[in-house]
Write a protein of this length. Sequence first.
Length: 576
Amino acid sequence: MDKLHRLKITDVLIEEGLVTDAQIKEAIQKEKNTSVSLEEILVKSNMVDKNTIMTIKADLTHTKYIDLASCSEYEENARLLSEGICRRYRLVCINKIGNKLSLVMSNPLDIFSIDNLRLVSGYDIAPLLGYAPDIDLALNQIFGYHELPEEIIEEPDVEDNSLRDIASAISNSEIRIEKKKKEEAPVIIDTPLIRLVDGIIVQGIEKKASDIHIEAFENIMKVRYRIDGIMHEVMRFSKALQPSIISRIKIMAGMNITEKRLPQDGRINIILKSKAIDMRISILPTIAGEGVVIRILDRSSITLGLDEIGLSLSIAEGFKAAVCQSNGMVMVTGPTGSGKTTTLYAALNTLNAPTKKIITIEDPVEYYLDGINQVQVRPNIGFTFASGLRAFFRQDPDIIMVGEIRDFETAQTAIEAALTGHLVMSTLHTNDAVGTVTRLMDMGIEPFLIASTLRCVLAQRLIRANCPHCKEPTNPSSTLLKLMDKMNITLPDNVQLFKGRGCKTCHKTGYKGRIGIFELLTMSVELEDRIVDRSSGTQLMEVAKKHGLKTLLEDGIEKVFNGLTTIEEVFRVAQA
């Protein structure tokens, strides 16, 4: 059980007067010094009754508690799973109805274990909560009092070398894969492949990858992580493993494992080290077979406010002023993966209050926001951005967020909402802030409507930040100085540049994490007049700069002078 649930249990126990704060502190200290869980310590110390604490735990984890000590006649069902599986996952099977097994587990929230059991057993799983010592006692009564070899019950290692060892072992037929018919999905009899897939995912999360790519080629499969926006190949394995790996991921994401001709999308939600992680799965058929991309969505990023996403002071003030208005349109632009959704969610977190009704329409809904009504578009049944927006008018919203404006109908409906007293926030794919105006015109929106509703446009990119563990002072090369001079960038005399030399923490790249660079276009009377006159993008940029617009390149250079990144990285991302 993770720390979050542990704290809730202790809170309930203290509030109900079952234990004192001092007793809880003593029990937690014992837990740190032993491998025994908190509830076991409390029960064995006679502080709390077993059924009382397990009932509280079941309520908090939204599971059903089963007292195995009071159960009988489950031995026949318990043997439906092997001793190795039961001991490894610390479970007892107490019932089988149709194709579903009811399993009493010490941790019924462990989604990886449940998926493993579903795949290995071929049954659907109904997880139930049990008291761990009762489970151990039941297993000893069923299978006998003896210890299994350590390698049967140990958890898989997720380091690079061990993953390669697992892949090599599977490739050398240490895992048995059976096919009844050519068109049927493979049935996995052993678990090394499960450990391989789980290890790839866990390692990607621990390395802070934004995406995991499992790609099929003619003779091999590759695994690549996108870390800080750059792709890194981490391993290769036999093409023979492709059907099994794809089937494993499809089962985890609730997809159709028999469909291999069409793209599929799914989601996986897990808790890893007390941290909630959402994963968006995309499977695409290629000529070499199906490939997978797993987008890792860290829920901690959605709690950010506008003060925490890296906006400079002047840009932050202008953007806040726009999003705090009662009506109009606020646009965030940039390519895929540039952090637009995080910025919009930060704005929503700032605006979210009991006095406001906020509705979002997204494709897909990446994160779930407390206190905000979120809607998923479904184009296959005709529920699009435009139709959803029209329905929103009858929901009496104050603020509307549109995941992306892609066509005239959506843009027109969003502008109608802005004109009728709503604040509308959305994203668009353009190269810079001024490009939003010309893009809306190209979609067919009348210039006077753009001028009267648009409050601001925030363009953004993500660039790699210097590794804090190995960054050191550096001087630009002569080639770089010439390029800076050509672009009218002057290096102040009192500024020291920094660059990471490369270390184990940053995987020898010199960069660790990413920061945003931004460009804010705010409306002025002169700019509105130019928009109505259908001025070109170049003319609009000249007016915007006259009124204080700082370009992406200029914002990036400012972050270079502050030691946050390198000029090379800014040029890579922001140079036209």
